[in-house]
Design a protein around this ligand. Structure first.
Ligand SMILES: Nc1nc2c(c(=O)[nH]1)N[C@H]1C(S)=C(S)[C@@H](COP(=O)(O)O)O[C@H]1N2
Ligand SMILES: [Mo]
Length: 207
């Protein structure tokens, strides 16, 4: 009781094997993409309820309802930041606007240059999952994911792509970029699910 930022079903503090990070380092693979507003669009596709894909321009996406979530960020490289406020569009609102088909069980979140991360629909559907445009009230910088990054507070941060461009609803699980390259398919920091060799049967598709 009484932990900062704790809410029902939410765990706060340092997960096992993590240490506190001061400041905000930049961690990603590959170059920082340049934002081209006229070419940017956000797509939801795959197993949608209607069978159609949904598209938003940058102006349309940023006009969606704004929500904030206070969350911790845990990098699998063992640093954590606590109590970051993210602002943007909640995944739940997006699911309402672009509902998945009843058969959908997983999502692939796609970012610039083909970076991707797979999530169980239940993790994506968490009330705390947010497509963030802001951090602590300020617009994201390019290296931290401007114009949009996904934040999934209950999972390691690689599950939250920066420069995110879309979501694919899937009827079976498939590995994303790091999940294919040795990282755990589920990525729960409280269970220290760091590497794919730790996966139990049923926790991920064949490698
Ligand atoms: N597109 C993209 N998003 C990404 C990554 C990446 O390599 N590419 N790295 C992830 C990892 S491992 C971490 S720890 C966080 C780091 O976010 P930050 O640089 O804003 O601290 O971004 C995540 N999102
Ligand atoms: Mo990371």
């Amino acid at each position: 009781m009484g932990q900062p930022h704790s809410r029902e079903g939410e765990r706060s503090g340092l997960p096992p094997g993590q240490r506190l990070q001061r400041g905000w380092p930049v961690t990603h693979y590959g170059p920082v993409p340049r934002f081209k507003p006229e070419r940017w669009e956000f797509r939801v596709f795959g197993a949608t309820a209607s069978g159609d894909k949904h598209c938003w321009t940058h102006a349309e996406f940023t006009a969606l309802p704004y929500a904030t979530v206070v969350a911790d960020l845990h990098c699998v490289a063992k640093f954590s930041m606590l109590g970051v406020e993210w602002g943007g569009v909640s995944a739940r609102d997006l699911l309402d606007l672009a509902p998945p088909a009843p058969e959908a069980t997983h999502v692939m979140v796609w970012a610039e240059y083909g970076y991707s991360a797979n999530l169980r629909l239940e993790d994506f559907r968490s009330s705390r999952t947010v497509f963030a445009t802001h951090r602590d009230g300020e617009l994201l910088t390019a290296e931290h994911g401007f114009p949009l990054r996904l934040v999934v507070p209950q999972l390691y941060a690689w599950k939250g792509p920066k420069w995110v461009r879309g979501v694919e609803y899937m009827t079976a699980d498939r590995r994303g970029f790091w999940e294919e390259r040795g990282y755990h398919n589920l990525g729960d920091p409280w269970r220290e699910q760091r590497y794919s060799y730790q996966e139990e049967p049923g926790e991920g598709p064949e490698l």
